[in-house]
Design a protein around this ligand. Structure first.
Ligand code: HEC
Length: 137
């Protein structure tokens, strides 16, 4: 009786150990992946944020994370990362957001968003920041 109990304890202890070990391993793999990814985005998106300030996008757009960006001429950019289309025309991707920012008038002639003379590489960094703006759940 006691032996049976001890055996089952050992058996379940063993099983438990394997499971929790696997969980710990995969969790730390996730964490490692995560911290690497967010390190990369943090760097680029911080620059993107500065560029948004420099180009004055906040005159027309309310943009989370940027205090001075509280314009109401264009659509608010909160949650833009979760939209299917941008400007009602392009499928949402970092590339397409960058294209839009660099040259909205060639994509949507007559749009109320003017060409701002944004350099393509700056547009890409701004797009990287905007793609971090998810809807709050
Ligand atoms: C003069 C006002 C104005 C300025 C300045 C401006 N925008 Fe816009 N923006 C708009 C308007 C208006 C729209 C909607 C255009 C449309 O749908 O045709 C828009 C649309 C957008 C969209 C698509 C939004 C959506 O909901 O689909 C993005 C992204 C965007 N702007 C980013 C920027 C960035 C980045 C800057 C700075 C480089 C900027 N805008 C500067 C007026 C402006």
């Amino acid at each position: 009786m006691l032996k049976k109990f001890a055996n089952s304890l050992v058996a379940s202890g063993g099983k438990c150990g394997v499971v929790s070990c696997a969980v710990v391993l995969s969790a730390s793999a996730l964490l490692a992946g995560c911290s690497q990814a967010s390190f990369a985005t943090d760097n680029t998106s911080a620059r993107g944020k500065d560029l948004i300030g420099q180009y004055g996008c906040g005159t027309c757009h309310t943009i989370p994370g940027i205090d001075t960006a509280n314009g109401r001429v264009g659509p608010p950019l909160a949650g833009i990362a979760d939209r299917i289309f941008i400007a009602g025309r392009l499928q949402n991707s970092p590339e397409n957001i960058a294209k839009w920012i660099a040259d909205p008038q060639s994509i949507s002639p007559g749009s109320a968003m003017p060409n701002m003379g944004v350099k393509p590489e700056d547009a890409r960094e701004i797009a990287d920041y905007l793609e971090t703006l998810h809807d709050e759940k």
